[in-house]
Design a protein around this ligand. Structure first.
Ligand code: FAD
Length: 509
């Protein structure tokens, strides 16, 4: 392109691998970054997320300037209402004759940008986001003609394609594709959780934190706890720390729940991957090297690579495959209002309270907290799917709809009629007890199903099984559970369902 162009870099595209920057000419082209009200307020985002993105954008703008780019930066204080307005102003300033944007990750924004060409009166070129490992065309061709879109088969193809953890014959290292069975240990404080280093806030981050405290007083997020990296080099150092100190135990305790630590041995990298500070392939290769050099087990490396190469790419594929009607699906017609305590964490259920509080305060919960503590509760209680999805989109620092929606609506709430998960992730308090040590600090007893001390997850679990038994009976993987429930004494079943009703009427208030 020989004429001057304006290149819009969105707040979650902060990478020099961003296609709109790859062919840009610093002397000729302009780059626009804008902190705008519409993007910062479409849900009450966690303040950690806003601070992360604004600070990372400001640092990235500096990195662009250092490489000689002409940068137009609109800060939140300037009161620019939308990206379209920012683009309109910047086209005037730069006198650019075309606008280039890398396709946004969210359907909402992509639809808006598709209308810009006629609204702005210049050609708008939408580039595919090349920072993912499976292009949308690749996913579609994988999906087409398949009855079921199971992640495991997608993941195997991706392993072959990227030659990750393969032996010399191109077969999976160790003879198996998946070591999940080795990665399910419960937590009884068997080992020390290493102290995780925080990244010290520099002047830019401190200014952004002040701005976010001032402008978003009612949003969740305790900014005294802000500890995130805001540049790619600091994000890489955080990941290096993980590979050195936590990866060894990542596999074993991937499904564990701990009183002691919000992040245990997890990577804490989703927020960096999702905004462009880390790239997925180098992350996977680094973990493979760590295994080849003997720093972790094959189960740990495979477990980690499956999350990034498999799940992350797969959920993005599902999102674009099934949108826009995906967002409206609701298999169980779950419509119970989200309890107000989802915004405070104020509940006696210890596991749930801990998971909610850290989600609100830090913007982070690990996968099993999101899926089997919070999501499981929402599924069992029949909480409104749309409200639950909006809550997840608001509270997590790594939440963008392309990844949040399939995980919440599909995986956690089974709202997509099993497109993503072969059976609902429904579990009683016994699962939570087995996986962690919250129950010993809880006022409820996971061994009891009815009565004042009974763990609410237990009666709600059976309440869920009972009220959806017609649907669940059709699922071969639920057969044993449904059969067992139906064989139980009728009076027992009635008492459990009645207790479940009581929980729904009281605990959810
Ligand atoms: P680790 O446990 O260290 O895993 C490594 C990486 O694998 C993650 O950083 C992430 O990039 C990737 N990954 C793992 N599981 C998934 C998954 N199911 N989908 C996509 N990527 C995955 N992840 C988000 O990035 N944003 C979200 O908004 C989000 N919402 C979720 C909502 C629900 C209900 C559930 C069940 C999961 C959600 N996840 C989401 C996926 C996952 O829980 C987070 O990616 C993970 O907890 C982030 O922490 P971590 O970096 O320490 O991950």
């Amino acid at each position: 392109m020989s004429t001057t162009t304006l290149r819009l870099v969105l707040g979650d595209q902060l990478s020099f691998e961003n296609p709109v920057l790859v062919n840009a000419e610093p002397q000729r082209d302009w780059v626009l970054l804008a902190e705008v009200a519409e993007e910062a307020t479409y849900v009450p985002h966690n303040r950690h997320k806003i601070a992360l993105i604004f600070s990372a954008m400001r640092h990235f703008a500096d990195a662009l300037r250092e490489r000689g780019f002409k940068v137009i930066y609109r800060s939140f204080d300037e009161g620019v209402s939308s990206l379209r307005h920012a683009a309109e102003d910047a086209l005037k300033t730069s006198k650019a004759s075309a606008l280039l944007v890398t396709a946004p990750g969210e359907y909402r924004l992509r639809t808006q940008i598709q209308a810009w060409e006629s609204e702005l009166g210049v050609p708008v070129y939408l580039q595919e986001d090349a920072r993912f490992l499976a292009s949308l065309d690749y996913f579609e061709s994988w999906a087409s003609g398949r009855k079921q879109l199971r992640m495991e088969y997608f993941y195997r193809e991706m392993r072959r394609h990227y030659k990750l953890l393969l032996d010399e014959d191109g077969e999976p290292e160790g003879g198996k594709w998946n070591y999940d069975a080795d990665n399910r240990k419960g937590w009884r404080a068997q080992t020390e959780v290493p102290e995780r280093p925080a990244v010290a806030a520099d002047t830019i981050t401190r200014e952004v934190i002040e701005l976010v405290e001032r402008e978003f007083p009612g949003n969740p997020g305790d900014l005294n706890e802000f500890r995130l990296a805001v540049t790619s080099s600091d994000a890489q150092s955080q990941f290096d720390w993980f590979c050195k100190h936590a990866l060894t135990d990542f596999g074993s305790y991937q499904d564990a729940l701990a009183e002691e630590s919000p992040w245990m041995f997890h990577g804490l990298i989703s927020m960096y991957l999702n905004i462009g500070l880390l790239e997925p392939l180098p992350v996977c290769r680094q973990v493979e090297i760590a295994w080849r050099e003997g720093h972790c087990s094959l189960a740990a490396a495979e477990g980690f690579i499956r999350q990034v190469l498999g799940w992350r790419e797969y959920v993005r594929g599902i999102y674009w495959h099934a949108m826009p009607d995906y967002a409206l699906r609701n298999t169980f017609e779950a419509r119970r209002a989200l309890p107000a305590w989802f915004w405070t964490g104020d509940t006696d259920m210890r596991c749930l309270s801990r998971a909610l509080r850290q989600s609100l305060d830090l913007g982070y919960a690990h996968h099993i907290q999101r899926l089997m503590v919070i999501g499981n509760f929402a599924l069992l209680a029949g909480l409104d799917v749309e409200q639950v999805c909006e809550w997840y989109l608001a509270v997590y620092v790594d939440a963008f709809e392309w990844v949040e929606l399939p995980n919440t609506l599909g995986m956690a709430l089974h709202g997509d009629n099993g497109l993503m998960a072969s059976k609902p992730y429904a579990a009683s308090g016994k699962y939570i007890q087995r996986q962690g040590n919250h129950c010993s600090a809880c006022r409820y007893d996971p061994k009891q199903t009815t009565g004042e001390n009974a763990c609410p997850y237990n009666s709600l679990y059976w309440h869920f099984i009972d009220r959806h038994q017609d649907y669940l009976t059709k699922n071969a993987r639920m057969g044993l559970i449904i059969g067992g429930w139906k064989k139980r004494d009728a009076a027992d079943r009635e008492a459990i369902v009645a207790w479940g009703d009581r929980i729904l009427a009281t605990v959810l208030d």
